[in-house]
Design a protein around this ligand. Structure first.
Ligand code: G6Q
Length: 546
């Protein structure tokens, strides 16, 4: 299928204007930006769905914003948003609609895919999940031998793991304390052994999460789990009480031995990394309860609605996407640090790595040509204040420009002396230090010897966003995830790439299958890889016998 040629991004008037504008302001310091406009800390802010975004500590002027918004408009962001919300097949390389927004659409609304309203189906599954979650939470759903279920283990990988783990950790405060939750993703047997260590199979429920139900890692772990369970329960019937599946592939679920009555469905228009609010979130719902889960969906939905309707210059996901692109494409920044000052969000950066990099790590445009600009930044991060004692040195005084997103909450879920004030004081201090730095003169005035002054001074002019919310709740988490989802969408639209496919993960899978056979069949055909791969395989085969 040929695709219509679109104007190259770098040829667009707004892009060219941004290039010239960058030259004009690249040397200007944030100290100067604030001196020129003392009110910018109140002006360059936006608020939606319970999240307050302060983007004033960015190297931008009104003109920058104006041009970035113009770029978004020239690239058809408005039309693309509408196409996504309408259910058009905007995932062009897989010819699929992209409708994670439908997963959080209220019951009374309609979204048509090929003429069918998908919203009733979404709510039917949510209702079944709620019923099942309530049964597990209350102890009504028992194991095969009549014992109460105390351990829930989610088996899945990538999009079928990172969202559930992140959400479980993020919302642990709301989780039922008498249930333990564990997650197995890696095909490395260590993951399985450590996750099941000390558990009683009679009290354990496995949720096998796999959109395709053909993923090697997940199926290998699921089969191992079945053997682990059967070793003790010794009755195939036990599978019914100890395994449920979340998948789009009923046939494979049945082949594995799970009754479709114990299968929770989702649809091909939900991408793996966009699926934590579908049935893939079953472990989350069991942990926090159906009501809290619905609150989380309401948070997602509130941000979706804001994204759909707010003007671009007041639209949080659009602003965040455009700012990220500003540093990525004009300042040459290679990474984006996400720094939650909230221990419960410790897995949030890992979650965002997949969301961002698997979505926008592409170099071919929708019309099949090679990009001549950078696409996705590398996303990384750790919770504050821990990161301050490790890598912040490089952000403050290294040679690279690293834009950072700081995330904090006004109220803690665990009040403990002055811990929370100390935590938040550090967040505010870091964004201030990064923006304004400390000049050599200021350092000298403190009596520091001349030779030491260059080492002890801080250039500043390091850009940051601060996202501040009242409290980490299921609603806030939903809004936060949707904020990043839609920011990723904004960037992908401007880069003219398909943010919803992931062909780049295929080649490694195919080669691993072939090499897997060679590892089993050591005396088979001579190896036909390159000399490095051949030698590594031979060495492995030789040493594994020991
Ligand atoms: C996400 C990707 C990928 C996927 C995993 C697991 O967008 O598609 O991370 O989620 O490969 O796939 P299954 O859910 O099909 O096992």
């Amino acid at each position: 299928m040929t695709r219509p040629m679109v104007t190259r991004l770098t040829q667009r008037p707004a892009w060219k204007a941004l290039e010239a504008h960058y030259q004009a302001i690249k040397g200007k310091h944030l100290r100067q930006f604030f001196a020129d406009d003392p009110k910018r800390g109140e002006r360059f802010t936006a608020e939606a769905a319970g999240l307050y975004l302060d983007y004033s500590k960015n190297r931008i002027t009104d003109e920058t914003l104006h041009l970035l918004v113009q770029l978004a408009e020239e690239c058809g962001l408005r039309e693309r948003i509408e196409a996504m919300f309408r259910g058009d097949a905007i995932n062009v390389t897989e010819q699929r609609a992209v409708l994670h927004i439908a997963l959080r659409t209220p019951r009374n609304e309609k979204i048509l895919v090929d003429g069918n309203d998908v919203v009733p189906g979404v709510h039917a599954v949510l209702d079944r999940m709620a019923d099942f979650s309530d049964r597990v939470r209350s102890g009504d759903w028992q194991g095969h031998t009549g014992k109460r279920i105390r351990n829930i283990i989610n088996i899945g990988i990538g999009g079928s793991d990172l969202g559930p783990v992140m959400a479980y950790e993020a919302l642990r405060h709301y989780s039922l304390p008498n249930l333990s939750f564990r997650f197995i993703s890696n095909v490395d047997g260590t993951d399985f052994v450590e996750a099941t260590r000390g558990l009683d199979p009679e009290e354990t429920l496995f949720i096998v999460c796999s959109k395709t139900f053909t993923t090697t890692e997940t199926l290998t772990n699921a089969h191992t789990a079945r053997r682990w369970m059967l070793r003790q329960i010794k009755d195939l019937d036990g599978v019914r009480k100890h395994f449920v599946a979340v998948s789009t592939n009923a046939e494979e679920v049945v082949r594995f031995g799970i009754d479709t009555a114990n299968m929770f469905e989702f649809w091909d228009w939900v991408g793996g990394r966009y699926s934590m609010d579908s049935a893939i979130g079953l472990s989350t719902m069991i942990a926090i309860g159906p009501e809290n889960f619905r609150e989380m969906l309401a948070g997602f939905h509130a941000m979706d609605q804001h994204f759909y309707s707010a003007p671009f210059d007041r639209n949080l996901p659009v602003l965040m996407g455009l700012l990220s692109l500003w540093y990525n494409n004009f300042f040459g920044a290679q990474t984006l640090a996400v720094l939650p000052y909230e221990q419960y969000l410790k897995r949030f950066p890992a979650y965002l790595q997949q969301l961002t990099m698997e979505s926008n790590g592409k170099h071919i445009t929708l019309d099949g040509s090679h990009v001549d600009y950078q696409t996705s930044p590398i996303v990384w991060g750790e919770p504050g204040t821990n990161g301050q004692h490790s890598f912040y040195q490089l952000i403050h005084q290294g040679t690279r420009l690293i834009p950072c997103d700081f995330i904090g909450f006004c109220q803690t879920l665990n009040p403990l002396g002055d811990h929370h004030d100390l935590l938040m004081a550090n967040l505010f201090a870091q964004t201030e230090a990064l923006a304004f730095g400390k000049t050599e003169d200021e350092v000298k005035a403190e009596g520091v010897p001349d030779w030491l002054c260059p080492h002890r001074s801080f250039e500043g002019n390091r850009p940051t966003n601060t996202i501040l919310a009242e409290r980490l709740t299921p609603h806030t988490l939903g809004a936060l995830v949707a904020l990043y989802e839609q920011s990723v969408f904004t960037q992908g639209t401007i880069w003219q790439i398909d943010s919803f496919d992931q062909w780049g993960v295929e080649l490694g899978k195919v080669l691993a299958r072939r090499i897997g056979q060679e590892l089993e069949d050591e005396n088979g055909e001579p190896l036909k890889h390159d000399s490095s791969t051949n030698a590594l395989i031979q060495r492995y085969n030789r040493l594994k016998q020991k």
